[in-house]
Design a protein around this ligand. Structure first.
Ligand code: MEV
Length: 413
C-alpha cells in the first residue's frame, strides 16, 4: 500500500508537506538526509515543481579528456549507473589516439504543429501570412540570429486532419515555450484562413531538423595486439543493430547513457531528447542502431548522427544552479556546440561498450564498479571505499556480509 498523505497535499506549504511525508513514512535518517538539501535548494525545488518534498540527488561526475574539434573538453554527467562516466572517459581516451572527434550540427531549428479539422483552403497558408501573425513573438529571437524558417502542410490520410508545421530557429533555447506560444497564436489565425477548426497546437519533440553528429578515426592498435580483429568484431556488432531491433535498443540505450547524463547535468529536457533519438532510430521503418562503423586499412572509423535539442538557456537550464556549473565546466558553449559535444559523448560511450562486448564482455568492468557500491553498503566511507572495494575485488566475492567482515579487518589493520 502507498503511504497516506493529507488531502490537498499540493496546497500545503513545503514545510508542511515535508512534515506530513515524514509522519507518513518511516524514513531512516540516511534517506531523509538524501532528499533534504539546504534551504535555498529546497525553495528552488518548490519553485520548480508542484508538490515538491525535496530533491533526488544523483551523482554528478566529470568524464575527462574529450578532444573535440581540436579542443579539450571535460564533460559533466549526472547519472546513477556506475559504469557510464568511466565508459565515456575511456572512449574519449581511445579516440584521442586518432586525433579526437570531428563534429557537426544543423542550425537549432524546431517545429510547432497545428492540427486543423475540416480545413478546406490550405492553399491560403503562406509564409507571409504566418509571419504576419508571429513577427512580434520573434523580435528578440531574430536579434539573436534565430527566427522564422518556413512551414510545411500535410493532410493526414485517415483522419483528414490538416497538419501545419512551422519552423523556427531557436538559437540557444530548447524552444518549447516560444514554439508553443506561436502555436497558440496561429491556431485561430490558420483556422479562419482555411475555414477549419483548430484541434490543438504543440511543438514537436521530433527535432529532425536539429541533428548533430560526431566521427572518429582511430588506429586499430589502440585496441592492443589483436586490434584489427577487435575492430572488425566492433563493425560486426554494429551491423547486428541494423538487423535486430532488440539489440539496437540496448545499443542506443548505451549511446543515451552518455547523452542523457550530459542532458541531466545541464538540466536539459532528458525526455524530449530521448524521445527524439528513439524516433530517429526508427526512421527507416525498423528500429536500428544509430552508429556507423567501418575498418579502413589499419583504422576503425566510427560515426553517429542524431537529433539533439540541447539548450543552454531557458527552462531549468541556467536557472538551476547545478546546470550553471555544468555549463561552466564546458566553457559555456552555445547550444549548437553543446549538441556537438553530446554527439561525441554518445559515440565515446558506444565505442567503449562495443569494444568490451566483443572482447572480455562488460560484466568484468561492471563488477569492479559494483565492488565500490558494495563497500559503501557494508559501511565504508571516504578513503575506506576504495580500499575495501580493492579487497572485495581481489576476493571476487560480492556479498554484503563478507564485505562487512573485510571492512572490520581493514579497520583493525
Ligand atoms: C549499459 O548501460 C549499456 C550497454 O548495454 C550498451 C550496449 O550494450 O551497447 C553496455
Amino acid at each position: 500500500l502507498s503511504v497516506k498523505i493529507p488531502m490537498s497535499f499540493r496546497k500545503l506549504s513545503l514545510s508542511r508537506r515535508r512534515m506530513a511525508l515524514r509522519e507518513a513514512t518511516e524514513f531512516d535518517s540516511e534517506a531523509w538526509e538524501a532528499i533534504s538539501p539546504g534551504e535555498d535548494l529546497l525553495s528552488l525545488a518548490d519553485a520548480m515543481v508542484e508538490s515538491a518534498v525535496g530533491i533526488m540527488p544523483v551523482p554528478l561526475g566529470i568524464a575527462s579528456g574529450f578532444l573535440i574539434d581540436n579542443e579539450t573538453f571535460h564533460v559533466p554527467m549526472a547519472v546513477e549507473e556506475p559504469s557510464v562516466i568511466a565508459a565515456c572517459s575511456f572512449g574519449a581516451k581511445l579516440v584521442k589516439t586518432g586525433g579526437g572527434f570531428t563534429t557537426w550540427a544543423d542550425d537549432p531549428v524546431m517545429g510547432v504543429q497545428i492540427f486543423l479539422e475540416d480545413a478546406a483552403h490550405e492553399e491560403k497558408i503562406t509564409d507571409d501570412l504566418i509571419q504576419e501573425y508571429i513577427s512580434n513573438d520573434l523580435v528578440s529571437m531574430e536579434k539573436r540570429g534565430g527566427g522564422y524558417r518556413g512551414f510545411a502542410a500535410e493532410r493526414l490520410e485517415k483522419s483528414n486532419v490538416l497538419k501545419i508545421e512551422v519552423y523556427i530557429d531557436v538559437r540557444d533555447a530548447m524552444g518549447a515555450n516560444l514554439l508553443n506560444t506561436i502555436g497558440e497564436k496561429l491556431k485561430p489565425a490558420l483556422s479562419s484562413v482555411t475555414g477549419g477548426t483548430a484541434l490543438m497546437a504543440i511543438l514537436t519533440n521530433e527535432a529532425k531538423k536539429r541533428c548533430a553528429g560526431a566521427r572518429f578515426k582511430i588506429p586499430v592498435k589502440a585496441f592492443g595486439g589483436e586490434g584489427l580483429k577487435v575492430a572488425k568484431r566492433v563493425v560486426l556488432a554494429n551491423q547486428i543493430t541494423k538487423e535486430d531491433s532488440a539489440r539496437a535498443v540496448t545499443h542506443n540505450k548505451g549511446i543515451m547513457n552518455g547523452i542523457t547524463s550530459l542532458a541531466l547535468a545541464t538540466a536539459n529536457d532528458t525526455r524530449a531528447i530521448e524521445a527524439a533519438v528513439h524516433a530517429y532510430a526508427s526512421r527507416k521503418g525498423t528500429y536500428q542502431g544509430l552508429t556507423e562503423y567501418r575498418v579502413e586499412g589499419n583504422f576503425l572509423i566510427g560515426e553517429v548522427e542524431l537529433p539533439l535539442a540541447f539548450a543552454v538557456i531557458g527552462g531549468a537550464v541556467g536557472y538551476h544552479p547545478a546546470s550553471r556549473l555544468a555549463l561552466k565546466v564546458l566553457g559555456n558553449p552555445d547550444a549548437v556546440r553543446l549538441a556537438r559535444i553530446a554527439a561525441a559523448v554518445g559515440l565515446a560511450q558506444n565505442l567503449t561498450a562495443l569494444r568490451a562486448l566483443v572482447s572480455e564482455g562488460i560484466q568484468h568492468g561492471h563488477m569492479r564498479l559494483h565492488a565500490n557500491r558494495l563497500a559503501y553498503q557494508a559501511g565504508a566511507r571516504g578513503d575506506e571505499i576504495d580500499l575495501l572495494a580493492d579487497d572485495i575485488w581481489k576476493g571476487q566475492r560480492f556479498h554484503v556480509e563478507e564485505a562487512k567482515n573485510l571492512l572490520e579487518r581493514l579497520r583493525q589493520q
